[in-house]
Design a protein around this ligand. Structure first.
Ligand SMILES: C=C(O[C@H]1C=CC=C(C(=O)O)[C@@H]1O)C(=O)O
Length: 395
């Protein structure tokens, strides 16, 4: 059945994906999925200009008679890349999940090359340098990332890749957002377990994650690793910086805020994380989810604590530009409601090449080898969807 075949027909997530075209933005959450675009043009300027412009255009679209316009897209990690946000006055929505398990591979071929940058030794050296700076008291936490580039002989099918990611991420946020450039198009594709902010009326939810352990196919070992994570002093501290920062920001806008006294476990297909579901009531519903996302970003789950020295250290130690990795992806409607996920467990797909990103939080007590292994595991989400490692590879 096609999306134009209306009547009582309600599309599923799979239907939306089938209609995915270059220039579109696809976003799926536990609440449903949406497909917007293809975009004619992104809103111009840095976030300080694009965000208020987005809200102005949403108001104008409502005034022009459109019922449910949204602004959708991706926010960058830092100021070196612009946000990519665009207006769609009539996005397709799916409230029935219809998540296809698996699906066709994103490419039939094996990769021509797989290149890590930095490689394990270079990344471990950067972690060791970060630990020295932490021991000197310059900062408490920094999140360091690395990349992995996979090259193929033929173009990678974004729709197929997203379909495979969705199959393993029913409780998380699966997305594909075009990041057009002058010469080529890159698509940010990912399956994030982390909610930066969701707003519905006066109610807000943020669900930051920090602190990780690998899962295991052996149920007893899997449970033991989860239990060890819940009592790991290093991981609890790593998590605490994020909860403190998110709560501080949300308290400015909320009349009540519920912060769990201790984190709970969040599971992905190959990792355990410490997560805190923070909920609040806004003092006024006028503040939009886009403004809240901009106020919260970057949280110490992707940057560090305090933010300014952590951001500087990332610039010093990471030999690449994060672009939209560790930024945010999501949508906002004319009443300000929306959802923004942290753009992790992702890759940029550009023709025949895919660049994966993975980072890990470094605090006193972290080890260079442990954090290197953690980033390798985090690459597993995308590598599984690409068919390079078995989906949810677990020892
Ligand atoms: C920065 C990433 O993960 C964050 C989210 C969950 C757990 C994390 C950690 O334990 O380091 C990171 O803060 C990433 O996947 O690239």
């Amino acid at each position: 059945m096609s999306l134009t075949d209306l009547g009582t027909y309600v599309p599923t997530t799979n239907d939306l994906l089938a209609a995915y075209a270059p220039g579109s933005a696809f976003f799926a959450s536990p609440r449903g999925a949406l497909l917007a675009g293809p975009a004619s043009a992104a809103l111009p300027g840095p976030l300080e200009i694009a965000a208020p412009e987005a809200l102005r255009r949403l108001d104008a679209a409502v005034a022009a008679g459109h019922e449910r316009p949204i602004v959708v897209g991706a926010l960058p990690f830092g100021s070196t890349s612009p946000p990519h946000l665009f207006l769609d006055v009539a996005p397709e929505r799916a409230t029935r999940p219809g998540h296809g398990a698996g699906g066709m591979p994103a490419t039939a071929a094996s990769p021509l090359s797989v290149t890590e940058w930095p490689g394990p030794a270079g990344y471990a050296e950067a972690v060791a340098r970060a630990l020295r700076r932490i021991s000197l008291g310059e900062l408490d936490k920094v999140v360091l990332a690395r990349t992995l580039r996979v090259d193929y002989a033929e173009p990678v099918a974004v729709e197929a890749l997203v379909r495979r990611l969705l199959g393993g991420n029913a409780h998380g946020y699966t997305y594909a957002v075009d990041l057009p450039e002058q010469r080529a198009t890159r698509v940010l594709v990912g399956a994030s377990p982390e909610l930066l902010i969701a707003k519905s009326g006066t109610r807000v939810v943020s669900w930051p994650l920090a602190g990780s352990a690998p899962r295991s196919h052996d149920p007893a070992l899997d449970r033991a690793r989860a239990a060890a994570l819940m009592t790991s002093d290093k991981d609890l501290r790593e998590h605490e910086y994020v909860v403190r920062s998110v709560s501080q920001v949300l308290r400015k806008y909320c009349s009540t805020l519920n912060v769990p006294p201790r984190p709970a476990l969040t599971a992905t297909s190959n990792m355990w994380h410490l997560g805190s579901r923070i909920t609040g009531e806004l003092r006024t519903p006028e503040i939009s989810s886009l403004e809240l996302a901009a106020a919260l970003h970057p949280t110490p789950a992707v940057c560090g604590w305090p933010v300014a020295p952590a951001r500087d250290l990332i610039g010093e130690l990471e030999p690449f530009d994060r672009g939209h990795y560790a930024g945010a992806v999501g949508w906002c409607d004319a009443s300000g409601d929306g959802e923004w996920a942290v753009a992790i467990r992702c890759a940029e797909v550009s023709g025949c090449s895919v660049r994966l990103f993975a980072g890990a939080g470094i605090v006193a007590g972290s080890t260079p080898d442990g954090e290197t292994e953690e980033t390798a595991l985090k690459f597993g989400t995308m590598l599984g969807a690409l068919g390079i490692v078995p989906v949810a590879a677990r020892p």
